[in-house]
Design a protein around this ligand. Structure first.
Ligand SMILES: *Cc1c(COP(=O)(O)O)cnc(C)c1O
Length: 433
């Protein structure tokens, strides 16, 4: 019989990358020819460090979550304190201070009038809840509506409902026949806006319109103007369509204001939040809604209940991390940093616009995206993406191009020097690759 305690000790001959490749399946990764996964042993501010002490600038905020940098002392302190008070409790039938306080502090700063917070644990589930709230809202009202309106190239997450309202792409290809049918519209612009609004005004069976405000993230950092979104929302409201703003990526300062929908006159009925919510410390999702939505679920009839919940709903550690992240976000210095990044990006945009390999460059708030000229080879699968990815890694910068689109989405504490270092690296890539 083998000695189980020995089997539990990993082989010391293998390094972490090798041990990883024996037991781990990584997200969004073709494991057959994946580059070795880099073992990160420490995070500090805008940097992460690998086991050889090499330093990387986290220029994508670790998949857009890490808005204040890594291992922020204020968040760390609050989380450590909470661990000794209450790590978790079932959220049906029970409540706790961090969940209530977070809702009390968050609702007043959201765009429009949001009245209730529903907790989940990631962006996809925040979207699932939003969709279920809308569909069941109409059902509860005795006027069932089953269609949903969304943008082509949208990205709302990887669970089945969230995938269904996302654009069909290589991400969804294996599942397309099982995804529910959605009406997809183009991003609005000067030329198509009147066509789009008249299309929307004729919809009768549409429960809701879900969108990423101002910028489609995973779809390629595709940007569009607030004034056209405002028109789409107005037309939707006119047609009795509920409005879901998926601010999972845009929330918490990313677009230059605390929330992208602040730039709109017409406000959403429902807002989805995650990513930056906890400052990148813990997984947490939030779906907020108006009293109008909430009251449609109040009834003596059990069937009108929103039957949805996750084991880790409103985890106290995650709520406390969010409160600490909010403390930092609301400091004057943070808004000043956001404005500083915006201004530096804008200057860089002007500088590189004329490079022959720059097909397009665009900016919304702290996000800048550069589209590489590729002739006719533009798919996500093109090897340009891998070339660029490795090129920047080698220079100690984490940038994850979306196909031929490079974007910077930095923690707000990034210094001017580090931004300049990234800009220089991009300029040399534009010449060398
Ligand atoms: C990332 C993202 C999601 C999904 O969030 P996860 O936490 O990764 O499930 C949903 N919507 C938008 C706009 C996103 O960027």
């Amino acid at each position: 019989m083998s000695d189980i305690s020995k089997l539990q000790t990993p082989s010391s001959e293998l390094n972490l990358t090798e041990r990883d490749s024996k037991v781990i399946w990584h997200p969004y990764t073709q494991m057959k020819n994946a580059l070795p996964h880099i073992p990160i042993v420490k995070g500090e501010g805008v940097y992460v460090f690998d086991e050889n002490g090499k330093r990387y600038i986290d220029a994508v905020s670790s998949w857009w979550v890490n808005i204040h940098g890594h291992a922020h002392p204020h968040i760390a302190k609050k989380v450590a304190e909470q661990l000794n008070i209450l790590e978790h409790v079932i959220f049906a039938g029970f409540t706790h201070e961090p969940a209530v306080l977070l809702a009390e502090r968050l609702l007043p700063i959201l765009p429009g009038k949001q009245d209730k917070v529903f907790y989940t644990d990631n962006g996809s589930t925040a979207v699932e809840v939003a969709l279920k709230m809308c569909l069941q809202y109409w059902d509860n009202k005795g006027k069932p509506k089953t269609r949903i309106l969304a943008f082509k190239n949208a990205y709302h997450g990887d669970t089945f409902g969230a995938m269904s309202v996302s654009g069909r792409s290589i991400f969804t290809d294996a599942f397309n026949s099982l995804l529910f049918d959605v009406d997809f519209i183009d991003l609005p612009n000067e030329d198509n806006i009147s066509h789009l609004t008249s299309y929307i005004s004729q919809l009768t069976d549409t429960a809701c319109f879900i969108f990423e405000p101002l910028i489609l993230g995973s779809g390629g950092m595709l940007m569009y103007e607030a004034k056209y979104l405002d028109e789409l929302i107005a037309a939707s409201k006119q047609a009795g369509i509920l409005i879901i703003a998926d601010e999972v990526m845009t929330g918490f300062g990313r677009t230059g204001t605390y929330f992208a929908c602040e730039k709109l006159d017409n406000k959403p009925d429902i807002i989805c939040l995650s990513k930056g919510l906890t400052g990148g410390t813990m997984p947490l999702g939030i779906t907020t809604c108006t009293d109008e939505i909430f009251t449609a679920f109040l009834s003596e009839d059990k069937l009108k209940t929103l039957y949805h919940g996750h084991s880790f709903t409103a985890n106290p550690i995650a709520c406390v991390a969010s409160l600490a992240s909010l403390d930092i976000l609301l400091q004057k210095e943070t808004l000043a940093n956001i404005k500083r990044i915006e201004a530096k990006h804008a200057a860089f945009l002007l500088e590189i616009k004329a490079y022959p390999k720059v097909k397009a460059v665009r900016q919304t708030g702290t996000i800048i995206a550069i589209e590489w000229e590729t002739g006719n080879e533009t798919s996500y699968l093109s090897n340009l993406r891998n070339l660029l990815y490795s090129y920047f890694l080698e220079k100690g910068i984490i940038l994850r191009p979306l196909g031929n689109i490079i974007y910077i989405l930095p923690p707000y504490i990034i210094s001017d020097e580090d931004l300049d270092y990234i800009y220089e690296a991009i300029k040399s890539a534009l010449v060398e690759i």
